[in-house]
Design a protein around this ligand. Structure first.
Ligand code: ADP
Ligand code: ADP
Length: 228
């Protein structure tokens, strides 16, 4: 479902962030992306959700060649990919429910569906009674749950998570991991960049290691493999 063939990414300042990456990720996989800071992990993820385009090579997501995607088709691809960040990126002046509804409004979902779907995802992420709060009234772990609710509300086939536990304490991180595992179990592919050694070594899922813009390791039931 996600396939890269000899993908290169050079930023306009000349930084070679990815250098000849080829990889296949199947439907329903859960993949950890590990490696040192500056290795190219975020770039790898940004190419999948088309925040960046490759300098060379091909990327397909669900059969769409997203490097060459026509502008008008970008929304179709984006709605099929939910993204989660280390810093949550919620809209501060909106309530929790409004943050989630917003993701449906931008794809022009019918109002009736929004009213039905928002409480469903709130319940799924364990925030049934917090829909009327503002993000600032929630803990970090709760804010990340809102971000996850927003990422899954349109039923994407893929979730991209860039260090989703990076700002959370270990116990809260485990709660977030359980939620992502549950979402994966329900049929969503997850690609997650992380520096969380404990989580990677306990969950034993596929691990792709990137160093200096290249995939240097790709293991099923892999390990974190670094001391940082
Ligand atoms: P993370 O890897 O935690 O997602 P970022 O992607 O924000 O972090 O940044 C990773 C590295 O890339 C950092 O060293 C940062 O300084 C650098 N970086 C990010 N954006 C830019 C940019 N626009 N120009 C130059 N360097 C950048
Ligand atoms: P990681 O997520 O593993 O920390 P990144 O993909 O963020 O790595 O960065 C890979 C390399 O590309 C780093 O050298 C970083 O500084 C650089 N980089 C990232 N984003 C930009 C950008 N927008 N412009 C220029 N350089 C960037």
């Amino acid at each position: 479902m996600i396939e890269m063939q000899d993908v290169w990414k050079t930023y306009t300042n000349g930084t070679h962030a990815l250098q000849g990456v080829s990889v296949k990720i199947d439907r329903n996989e859960f993949v950890y992306v590990v490696g040192p800071s500056g290795a190219g992990k975020s770039t790898f993820m940004k190419l999948i959700y088309r925040e960046e385009v490759p300098t060379k090579g091909q990327i397909s997501v669900n059969g769409f060649n997203i490097g060459k995607l026509q502008q008008r088709k970008i929304p179709y691809v984006r709605r099929n990919i939910g993204v989660i960040f280390q810093d949550f990126r919620l809209l501060p002046r909106l309530t929790v429910s409004e943050n989630i509804a917003f993701a449906m409004e931008v794809i022009e979902a019918p109002k009736k569906l929004i009213r039905k779907r928002v409480p469903e995802v709130l319940e799924l992420v364990g925030l049934k009674n917090k829909g009327n709060r503002e993000p600032s009234q929630l803990s970090g772990g709760e804010q990340q749950r809102v971000a996850i609710a927003r990422a899954i509300v349109n039923n994407p086939s893929v979730i991209i998570a860039d260090e989703p536990t990076g700002n959370l304490d270990p116990e809260t991180s485990w709660g977030i991991m359980q939620l992502l595992d549950e979402i994966n179990f329900r049929g969503t592919t997850i690609v997650m960049a992380t520096h969380n050694k404990d989580i990677v070594n306990t969950m034993r899922k596929r691990v792709i290691a990137i160093e200096h813009g290249k995939i240097v390791r790709d293991q099923m039931r892999g390990e974190y493999g670094y001391d940082f």
